[in-house]
Ligand binder design. Structure first.
Ligand SMILES: Nc1ncnc2c1ncn2[C@@H]1O[C@H](COP(=O)(O)OP(=O)(O)O)[C@@H](O)[C@H]1O
Ligand SMILES: [Mg+2]
Length: 341
């Protein structure tokens, strides 16, 4: 059975697309290699544009390679196949010869969103749009062609895209910064999602929080996250987990309001919710300036250590979806001295 990994967030610009790309990178290097489909359910096409750029995206639209086109054709054709609507990394150069993706993305398929979601939603008011979309995906051979489907979404400010991604999913990844704003927004998003699924009589998915932020800028937040949730990161030098309060050493105190927010979020009893014990690596090497396109400057290229950090950091996250990842060595997290009882 194909595994579905929806990646959602309450706010924008928190790193959903970055994490989608990181996970597909790790999966395409894993043994056995997993056949990954990235579904871009963000009408701004952030993921597709980041991988292929503006010129290629326009050409893809002309070729009718997108989710919107798949949905439209499903109504008019006897049979549709997902392979006619996706684009693989290895095909990128046939759309724009300047594209220089990491070779790990050669076998990764992307389904661009396409244009016209507004009309689609307007035509399907009071309809379970998520169910329609997944029926179409499943009838177009997705299960036979892919082992893992990663669904990148738009922020929950427009909840329709999030709800499509979550429909039929057992678990979802929620990306956030350790800030008051993000914890508040995330909390109310989860409440609304739970209500919506209960309303239609479906199981509420489990949620895994993933913290993504620049530890050199959010010092008090890093210290708080470390003390409350024992969040660690994999160190470049040792390849071992180390507490992020070391990075936040310059922060003298923790943020009490944030501590309470984190405490409440993690201890919610109305939904199944846990969190990744590692913060995502945060570096220009993983930013849209350098990833997934190979940057011109060699010092921005991923080195073996960067790749190992990605694998070690994401392994527990990917495995929580029932996908086993073999890494060259394993690590244990240090026992948590959390202030949460
Ligand atoms: N871990 C990270 N390391 C470096 N840059 C990051 C990281 N996460 C996000 N960014 C940068 O922050 C911006 C927003 O990230 P993005 O993944 O597009 O967020 P979203 O998809 O949630 O809107 C992008 O410019 C991206 O390169
Ligand atoms: Mg995005």
């Amino acid at each position: 059975m194909t595994k579905i990994i929806p990646i959602i967030s309450a706010g924008g610009g928190v790193g959903k697309t970055t994490l989608s790309l990181m996970i597909s990178y790790v999966l395409s290097r894993s043994r056995p290699r997993r056949r990954v489909l990235l579904v871009d359910v963000d009408p701004t096409a952030g993921l597709t544009l980041r991988m292929f750029g503006d010129l290629a995206y326009q050409r893809l639209l002309n070729e009718r390679r997108s989710l919107m086109d798949l949905i439209r054709d499903y109504d008019s054709k006897a049979e549709v196949s997902i392979k006619d609507y996706v684009v693989y990394g290895k095909q990128a150069r046939s759309y724009d010869s300047d594209i220089n993706l990491y070779p790990e993305f050669n076998e990764v398929a992307v389904l661009p969103p396409g244009e016209g979601f507004d009309e689609f939603f307007a035509e399907n008011q009071n309809v379970d749009v998520g169910r329609i979309v997944w029926n179409i995906l499943r009838s177009s051979n997705v299960d036979a062609m892919f082992d893992v489907v990663i669904v990148d979404t738009a922020p929950f400010f427009d909840k329709r895209y999030t709800l499509i991604a979550l429909r039929n999913a057992e678990r979802a990844i929620v990306v956030l910064r350790p800030t008051l704003t993000d914890t508040n927004r995330t909390s109310s998003m989860i409440t609304k999602i739970a209500r919506q699924f209960q309303r239609i009589g479906e199981n509420v998915p489990a949620f895994t929080l993933v913290f993504n932020f620049d530890m050199n800028k959010f010092l008090i937040e890093a210290k708080t996250l470390s003390e409350v949730l024992c969040i660690e990161r994999i160190e470049m030098e040792s390849m071992k987990p180390s507490t992020i309060s070391i990075a936040a050493g310059r922060a003298k105190r923790i943020n009490e309001a944030l501590r309470r927010n984190l405490d409440e979020l993690i201890n919610r009893k109305d939904v199944r919710l846990d969190y990744l014990r590692f913060a995502l690596p945060h570096d220009v090497k993983f930013s849209d300036e350098s990833f997934p396109q190979m940057p011109h400057e060699p010092r921005r290229r991923l080195e073996d250590n960067d790749k190992a950090i990605l694998e070690l950091t994401l392994k527990p996250l990917i495995e929580s979806f029932g996908i086993k990842i073999d890494t060259t060595f394993d690590i244990d997290t240090t026992p948590c001295q959390s202030t949460i009882k």
